[in-house]
Design a protein around this ligand. Structure first.
Ligand code: ATP
Length: 329
């Protein structure tokens, strides 16, 4: 279990983290999502005890990271974006080294063998880390986080730089790990959160702007769905047909990418699926769809939306509080 209470971090005048609180239970994998500079790394560094907080605290299990950082850290496995690997060691040598460093008390061989199995590196255990692919290095990074069997795992951008197959494999490993542990997964990638996490925390400008089910965040995305479509025919006749479709919010012309056609980005009104009306309208106009791709909403769109909602709620709450105060006065 992790409980973060009113955590604040100021760097001089910069309020990087501005009073955030949340609780994550054992068996939960929670996505920690936010744009660049939102405060994700600062928060994770405070939770893992690498950075002191200006105020507030974090509990790892029952242990307060400020009161007993050594005991709290024993319960945390951390996979930073760049795993701290010694490439001249073999996988086995490296994990033995981490075992010693963490002063683990569990039976050495059985514990490390179990981790090798769990992250799927048994067959490369005697290879030098420098000779491993990026995907396997990432697995070794995960393995070092698991040494000592910590209840809490904090994973920073665990799939950055991996190829699609490696991404799927690492996501499956993380899902398995999450069954018995408390996992925080920091990422920029929305589909990643939706693939792995049940719950998502969204941070922006140092505050939590959403805390809910990952699928619900998906529904908000659906609300502002965008399609990239390649359509035959000339823009002058096709664009008005597109604009006339019920539920069409905007039509952006992206230009000619294939001779005799044009690419468009179509944004539908919230909650409306325009794919079928689009098909019928174009058929009627004698045009054909050569390609159609869901462009989704950009994460930036979602962050802007959630942040605006959070600010509206805050200012309403603020007004209510000040009104009450006036009444009281
Ligand atoms: P990214 O995804 O780009 O890593 P992030 O969400 O992890 O971003 P943080 O690195 O936590 O964001 O940064 C939060 C804010 O605090 C940013 O505006 C950043 O510029 C600022 N910041 C971070 N570290 C320092 C520091 N040591 N001194 C001053 N400002 C800092």
């Amino acid at each position: 279990m992790i409980e973060v209470r009113d955590l604040v971090k100021h760097y001089g005048n910069k309020h990087a983290v501005n009073g955030i609180s949340f609780r994550i239970e054992k068996g939960e994998i929670v996505g920690f999502l936010g744009p660049n500079g939102a405060g994700k790394s600062t928060t994770m560094n405070m939770i893992t005890g690498y950075l002191s907080a200006t105020s507030g605290t974090a509990l790892i299990g029952d242990v307060d990271i400020l009161e007993d950082p050594i005991a709290a850290k024993r319960n945390i496995g951390y996979l930073p974006e760049q795993p701290p690997l010694y490439v001249d060691m073999s996988v086995r040598e490296y994990l033995n080294f981490v075992y010693d460093l963490k002063k683990v008390q569990l039976p050495r061989k059985a514990h490390l063998d179990e981790i090798f199995e769990l992250v799927g590196i048994t067959h490369v255990a005697d290879r030098l880390i420098r000779n491993l692919s990026k995907g396997y290095r990432q697995r070794v990074g995960l393995a070092q986080a698991l040494v000592g069997d910590p209840e809490v795992l904090i994973l920073d951008e665990p799939t950055v730089g991996l190829d699609p197959i490696q991404i799927i494999e690492i996501r499956n490993v993380i899902k398995n790990l999450g069954r018995e542990r408390t996992v925080i997964l920091s990422t920029h990638i929305l589909p990643e959160v939706q693939a792995i996490c049940e719950r998502v925390l969204v941070i922006n400008n140092g505050i939590i702007v959403a805390d809910g089910r990952a699928a619900e965040l998906g529904a908000r995305v659906d609300g502002v769905r965008r399609l990239n479509v390649r359509i035959t025919g000339d823009v002058k006749s096709i664009a008005p047909v597109l604009r006339a479709i019920d539920g069409m919010k905007s039509v952006d012309i992206l230009g000619e990418k294939e001779s005799g056609s044009c690419d468009y980005q179509l944004t539908s009104a919230p909650g409306i699926d325009i794919r079928q009306p689009l098909f019928h309208a174009l058929e009627k106009a004698g045009a054909a769809i050569l390609e159609m791709r869901d462009a989704g909403a950009s994460l930036e769109d979602i962050f802007v939306k959630l942040t605006a909602e959070a600010e509206t709620a805050k200012s309403k709450g603020g007004r209510m509080r000040s009104k009450k105060k006036e009444e009281k006065d």
